[in-house]
Design a protein around this ligand. Structure first.
Ligand code: PNS
Length: 168
């Protein structure tokens, strides 16, 4: 059985992420989406909230599981008995960082390979950071995330602007 881990921050999950999950779930027997818990990027949503949001947008894919993880990705991959890591590549600007990560992961854990899916052209410019930035100004994010996620992001962005603390 071919198992893949698709790791990321998913703060929040975008249509670009959903596209990668959907496509990898058709190639692999099982896809485990790994949500990084202790993110140095000060996430808008807690890991628990991000897991919940991912579960709600992937509920129709029976071979997709959502789990939070802490620590090294390669350790999580081993715990999951996964064969590969899946990452999306949007543009050449992603390449250097992704290459560095995949090479490092293979050095510290020989045998852990990364496969890349090129992002759907429709979403090649899209990132969670851009979505959050637009949301901070209560802009229209409906082209980037599902309506349900958009509501949550706009609500959280408004709360943060009013002084609410960021998620831990
Ligand atoms: O969505 P992101 O923020 O680009 O995902 C980055 C992620 C979670 C894949 C990366 O930061 C990661 O793997 N973090 C876990 C810690 C780790 O293993 N670091 C070494 C990677 S070379």
């Amino acid at each position: 059985m071919a198992v893949a881990v698709y790791p990321g921050s998913f703060d929040p999950v975008t249509l670009g992420h959903q596209d990668i999950i959907e496509r990898s779930s058709k190639i692999m027997d099982k896809v485990i989406v790994g949500v990084l818990k202790n993110n140095s990027k000060s996430p808008l949503f807690s890991a628990k909230e991000r897991v919940k949001m991912l579960k709600s947008v992937t509920g129709h894919m029976p071979n997709v599981e959502i789990l939070a993880f802490d620590g090294l990705l390669v350790d999580f991959v081993r715990q999951c008995h996964a064969d590969v890591i899946v990452r999306g590549l949007r543009a050449i600007t992603d390449f250097e960082y992704e290459l560095q990560m995949s090479q490092t992961n293979r050095v510290i854990s020989p045998g852990v390979d990364t496969i890349f899916l090129t992002t759907n052209l429709k979403y090649s410019y899209l990132s969670s950071s851009i979505v959050k930035e637009i949301a901070m100004y209560q802009g229209d994010i409906s082209a980037f995330v599902t309506p349900e996620i958009a509501l949550k992001v706009l609500e959280r962005a408004e709360a943060v602007k009013k002084g609410a603390r960021l998620a831990e």
